[in-house]
Design a protein around this ligand. Structure first.
Ligand code: CA
Ligand code: ZN
Length: 307
């Protein structure tokens, strides 16, 4: 996946959607292996411009917009959609909120508050503190038969809020419909794993991606290839079930790719696999299992876990 020299296709944030739904009409059709620059609104649909605006002052039906859906030519059911994240460009201002009863410590949240953060080239300003930029994509996915709200993560992707979905990685989704019907949004300038207060530095911006569909390699859950690591991203209402599933898939991958029996693969996972939290505050919680590429390649992973 190079996409080099090909013309850049621009898709504006004029049309967003709120459910990964196969019935939606695509806003654009794009070829594989070309660069596509997608403009995104923040998770509040850009309704918050100042600290005077609290969460109850905005139209809540427009929370978690994704730009799209985008139809990828030649992508078909049963394939994996590979989405290479070439670049994330943020706009100048982000916002973070508290919402009573929301987040990990929701019972302690006494007020709705908004903080606006200036975003620089290397860092953001929160109060008088500087935090280094850690750009990432919160919502990213493809159409699913479950017609899932963009605020809810699942096998199709969606609101996974995974800090590992950042510049340079490739994310793999199972395609359920012709064209995949892809969308993304909810960029964060910086977010901690867990996203404990329910929001992070929520920022509008642009994501430059390149699509490729891999024949019959639909993974059971979204997978990420980073420089040295592979991740399997699993979501469930019950975080213990999510950890179980993320482990089960990783053990199966090592078992098949390395031709081990299950017990050896289980022991290897206990030594070489990390379990990490993506977020704890969305309708389903999201976790990831992390495998070193020294043990297994993305091709071997997809081959050994696809149905
Ligand atoms: Ca999110
Ligand atoms: Zn967000």
């Amino acid at each position: 996946m190079t996409g080099k020299g090909s013309p850049l296709i621009n898709i504006s944030d004029e049309t967003t959607f709120f459910s990964f739904d196969p019935g939606l009409t695509p806003i654009a059709e794009v070829e594989q292996n070309v660069l596509v620059k997608i403009e995104t609104k923040d998770c509040f649909s850009n309704q918050i411009a100042s600290e005077e605006q609290l969460i109850m002052d905005i139209d809540f039906s427009r929370i978690n917009p994704a730009t799209g859906p985008i139809f990828i030519k030649g992508a078909k059911r049963g394939d994996a959609l590979a989405v290479k994240i070439h670049k994330i460009d943020l706009k100048q201002q982000g916002a973070i909120v508290t919402i009573p009863e929301e987040g990990l410590l929701g019972d302690e949240v006494k007020e709705a508050r908004t903080r606006v953060c200036d975003i620089g080239a290397e860092e953001i300003q929160f109060l008088n503190l500087s935090l280094p930029l850690k750009k990432m994509i919160g919502v990213i996915g493809v159409a699913t038969p479950e017609k899932t709200a963009t605020g809810t993560p699942g096998r199709h992707g969606g609101n996974m809020d995974a800090t590992v979905i950042t510049e340079g990685v490739t994310v793999y989704f199972p395609i359920s419909y012709e064209g995949a019907l892809f969308g993304l949004g909810d960029l964060h300038a910086v977010m901690g794993d867990g996203e404990v207060c329910v929001a992070a530095c929520e920022t509008p911006g642009y994501v430059t991606v390149e699509f490729e569909s891999l024949n019959e390699f639909a993974p059971p859950w979204p997978c990420v290839e980073a420089k040295d690591w592979l991740y399997i991203i699993v979501s469930d209402e019950d975080i213990n079930k999510a950890f179980y599933e993320a482990t089960e898939v990783a053990v199966r991958a090592l078992q098949n790719a390395l031709k081990l029996d299950w017990h050896d693969a289980y022991m290897l996972s206990s030594m070489a696999m990390d379990l990490e939290i993506c977020q704890l505050v969305d309708p389903r919680k999201t976790v990831r299992s992390k495998l070193p590429k020294s043990l297994i390649s993305i091709e071997e992973l997809l081959k050994s876990i696809s149905a």
